[in-house]
Design a protein around this ligand. Structure first.
Ligand code: COA
Length: 209
């Protein structure tokens, strides 16, 4: 369990805004006899990673995930490449991934991030990889000047990263409002920001803003 956290500690120590988009490697393992070394590589997601990440999401979520309303906010919009990361094990490929999408909120179209999907391969869950990807990418989002993040997910998991229920925001239906969470990345955060969460395409096309 502590092994995977060491990787992220390594990255955070170097400062993510400096190290990405380069690829960094860190070797972890036991120092006793019968050494079982595992090498995990953390990098920005590259174009060639797309289908491995999709496969990981298919494995991790119930069938039909793309019918969820969050996918309507992603349609026709590219993920935020600076924040979309993969963890790759030397022998098994992509074992964890996180993506972010740009969205806008309310009548003023306040820019924000939609966090997710995030998934860790079942064989590597509870090793700290999910938490590591969350913290590393949120720190980078802050450094890049993003002010606010939303997601739809389990509060018992995401509260540890500072997410709180987003009672002033409206996610496209059908979405359980209790699962809509938000995190302010700076003092401005969600101050004066409320209302409908929309695709950035609604602004670009001039509709629905
Ligand atoms: C959710 C997920 C990304 C967490 O990644 P991870 O690497 O396993 O998480 P971490 O190792 O950082 O943290 C593990 C801890 O989170 C807890 N946890 C994991 N998922 C949780 C959930 N949905 N609700 C509450 N706690 C959760 C674990 O019980 C564990 O608790 P512990 O530290 O007290 O033992 C991963 O479990 C996963 O991919 N799940 C399937 C896909 C999914 O549900 N994605 C999130 C969509 S909202």
């Amino acid at each position: 369990m502590g092994q995977a956290m060491a990787i992220f500690g390594f990255i955070e120590h170097l400062g993510l805004s400096v190290v990405l988009p380069k690829v960094y490697r860190h070797v972890i393992g036991e120092t006793r006899d019968n050494v079982a070394w595992t090498m995990i590589e953390i990098s920005q997601e590259q174009a060639e990673d797309w289908w491995q990440v999709e496969n990981l999401y298919d494995l991790s979520f119930a069938p039909g995930r793309e019918a969820l309303s969050s996918y309507r906010l992603r349609e026709g919009v590219s993920p935020v490449s600076d924040l979309s990361m993969v963890a790759r094990a030397a022998e098994s490929g992509v074992i964890a991934a996180i993506r972010y999408w740009p969205i806008v909120i309310g009548d003023k179209n306040a820019p924000a991030l939609l966090l997710g999907p995030i998934a860790v391969h079942p064989a590597h869950q509870s090793e700290g990889l999910g938490g590591g990807l969350m913290r590393a990418s949120l720190q980078m989002a802050k450094e890049l000047g993003w002010k606010r993040v939303i997601l739809v997910g389990d509060y018992p998991y995401y509260q540890r990263f500072g997410f709180v229920p987003a009672r002033e925001l409206e996610f496209p239906p059908p979405t359980n409002p209790d699962r809509l969470l938000c995190l302010a990345l700076d003092e401005a955060g969600f101050s004066g920001v409320s209302g409908a969460i929309k695709s950035v395409k609604s602004v670009a096309s001039g509709h629905g803003v």
